[in-house]
Design a protein around this ligand. Structure first.
Ligand code: R5P
Length: 306
């Protein structure tokens, strides 16, 4: 029996692209809000015995999380053989430590909630800083895909003499991988974070790379201050405004206006729908999901609703 995909609201385009890639059906789910803000969810497709996946990017997770859990339970109650989650952007990974007494370790709590409802998770470049991999917090099958080859391809196709710049030591993993793919030079700045919107960037001397196009690469653009301050450093050294290339463009509050105001060109993957999306993840997500369906099928797994 064929697999079936279900989009949560706003994930229809990505769902259709993945379905086309792996030849699966797209199921019909009715989702709406009652006037008081509660959710109404109704399944219009037959899922009994099928492996199904819900596609839901998890930017702004607090607004969509309950609908996602209700949907997973509904699919399982209706007999789905296994229920997977495709989350092109996976939230709640940055609170990966209790930085102060009494703080919620939301990365772990979020992982526990998702692991209770889904059999498998496929995502792209989750923010793994203090965790080595998702299995440290998730108890289900997880697949963390790397977008760096796709980012590297975009640079190869669009920029003649790139200089890859990571704004902080964490971004070395993306900057180094991308530079390696296309044989370009890369440098990494250092960052001190003093608050959610307060970061200090110490830039290296770029004079050896004059004439190259500076490309700042990072996993996430959230408040935008990391890349904005790195861009200011680049401008100060006499380079034109850089291209800001990120896997996940969250663009909180005025981030986009601030970066565009500096003259930066913004390029992101379509993990979160935004006008800067130029790189599609459907192929890597689809292939990983198909592999996960096959592996879980081979094990004959079927969880029963609690
Ligand atoms: C940091 O750990 C991440 O890799 C990003 O640099 C960070 O999340 C970007 O955040 P913001 O845009 O708020 O500076």
């Amino acid at each position: 029996m064929t697999m079936m995909l279900f989009p949560m609201l706003g994930n229809e385009r990505m769902t259709n692209a993945i379905a086309e890639r792996i030849g699966s059906a797209v199921g019909k789910l009715e989702l709406r809000r009652f006037p008081d803000g509660e959710s109404y969810i109704r399944l219009h497709s037959t899922v009994a015995g099928r492996a199904v996946a819900v596609v839901c990017t998890l930017a702004h997770p607090d607004d969509r999380f309950l609908q996602l859990l209700f949907t997973a339970r509904l699919l399982r109650e209706n007999g789905a053989r296994s229920v997977h989650l495709v989350a092109p952007y996976l939230a709640y990974l940055r609170q990966d430590r209790r930085f102060n007494d009494g703080e919620a370790l939301t990365s772990r709590q979020f992982a526990q909630l998702l692991s209770a409802e889904f059999d498998g998770l496929v995502t792209v470049d989750p923010h793994l800083h203090r965790y080595g991999n998702l299995q440290e917090v998730y108890s289900i099958e997880t697949e963390a895909l790397a977008a760096s080859p796709l980012l590297a391809e975009w640079i190869r196709d669009h920029v003649e003499a790139p200089l890859i710049i990571g704004p902080d030591s964490e971004s070395e993993q993306w900057a180094g991988a991308i530079a390696g793919h296309i044989g370009a030079p890369h440098v990494v700045f250092t960052k001190t974070r003093r608050g959610d919107r307060d970061v200090l960037i110490a830039a290296s001397n770029l004079s050896a790379w004059k004439g190259r196009t500076a490309i700042l690469v990072d996993d996430v653009i959230s408040s935008g201050h990391t890349l904005a301050n790195a861009a200011r450093e680049i401008l100060e050294q006499g380079f034109p405004a850089p291209i800001c290339l990120a896997v996940h463009g969250l663009f909180a509050s005025d981030a986009e206006a601030m970066l565009r105001g500096l003259g930066c060109r913004l390029v992101t993957t379509d993990s979160i729908p935004h006008s800067s999306n130029a790189i599609t993840l459907a192929s890597i997500l689809g292939d990983a999901l198909a592999g996960q369906f096959a592996a879980i099928d081979a094990k004959g797994l079927r969880r029963t609703p609690k």
